[in-house]
Design a binder for this molecule. Structure first.
Ligand code: PAF
Length: 282
């Protein structure tokens, strides 16, 4: 496995590849990421995993400085998983316009309106930052396919829009969320949770599943379902950002007759913000 830090070296390493899969990550890899790598390996001759904590997608009050970084351990896991290339650029390599803590000379992609809802409502600019770095990674690696996790469902939606609206010849593959035995979705941020919080954290998935069950039984009072779940979570110490029932294809608020549904949530336990979702077909 090669570990490459510059765009020029990566381009040269990939010069003769015609069947490349990219798995973009911010590192601190867990079983969820390795599942995405396994999907990539099934479909492509060459698998590139990028590890880059993208400053553009963090708000001023977010955890950029504290975001867990573990390049050496990540590379060991990726080598064992049969990855061909790890692309781990510096901030300056990705954003040569970067000066100190200012990224204001950087050209960015404006994400569609849906980027201002759900997670975007409390993280202004987040999805513009994601779309920009993913577009850059696509241009650098020029993969035939790219794999993203369904845990970041809104991100996956926006990346699919990016590919569609910018006519990028890249197939997007979605990997299922990998969960701890108690149902907690695997996330790099789970490492911030205390043992007690990890137990409580499983409740988020349980509440989403409870709503899913109700919808499967024909209950379409989405407002009441999400408000009740929010109240139960707040009662056990969560600070709920949102719980929302959406059409899983358009991400618009679900209508009672919709057949493709996703229930999404973001909530904080202490200082740790967790997201999760479950989808269903009716
Ligand atoms: O999902 C992530 O880890 C990041 O948002 C991504 C897609 C690697 C872009 O920085």
């Amino acid at each position: 496995m090669q570990i490459i830090e510059t765009v020029a070296a990566l381009r040269s390493a990939l010069k003769h590849q015609t069947n490349t899969a990219l798995v973009p990550t911010m590192g601190n890899l867990h079983a969820g990421h390795l599942h995405l790598v396994a999907l990539a390996k099934q479909q492509a001759a060459c698998v590139v995993v990028s590890i880059f904590v993208n400053p553009l997608q963090f708000g001023a009050n977010e955890d950029l400085a504290n975001y867990p970084r573990s390049l050496e351990a990540d590379c060991e896991k990726l080598a064992a998983a049969g990855v061909d290339i790890v692309f781990a650029p510096s901030v300056i390599e990705m954003y040569p316009q970067f000066d100190g803590d200012q990224l204001n000379q950087t050209m960015t992609i404006t994400a569609p309106d849906i980027a201002n809802e759900l997670c975007g409502a409390s993280r202004p600019g987040h999805f513009s930052g994601v779309a920009t770095v993913v577009a850059k990674l696509f241009n650098i690696v020029m993969p035939q396919l790219a794999v993203f996790g369904k845990k970041d469902f809104q991100q996956l939606h926006i990346i699919r829009e990016l590919v569609k609206q910018f006519n990028l010849p890249i197939t997007i593959i979605a990997g299922d969320t990998v969960r701890e035995s108690n149902g907690l979705a695997m996330s790099s941020r789970n490492g911030f949770l205390t043992a007690a919080q990890k137990n409580t954290a499983a409740q988020l998935h349980q509440e989403l599943n409870a709503i899913k069950l109700q919808i499967q039984h024909g209950n379409t009072d989405f407002n009441a379902l999400t408000m009740d779940a929010s109240e139960r979570l707040q009662a056990t110490g969560w600070l709920v950002d949102y719980i929302s029932v959406r059409n899983s294809i358009s991400l618009a608020p679900a209508a009672s007759q919709d057949q493709t549904i996703v229930i999404l949530a973001a909530a904080k336990l202490g200082n740790t913000r967790l997201i999760d979702n479950v989808d269903l077909l009716r």
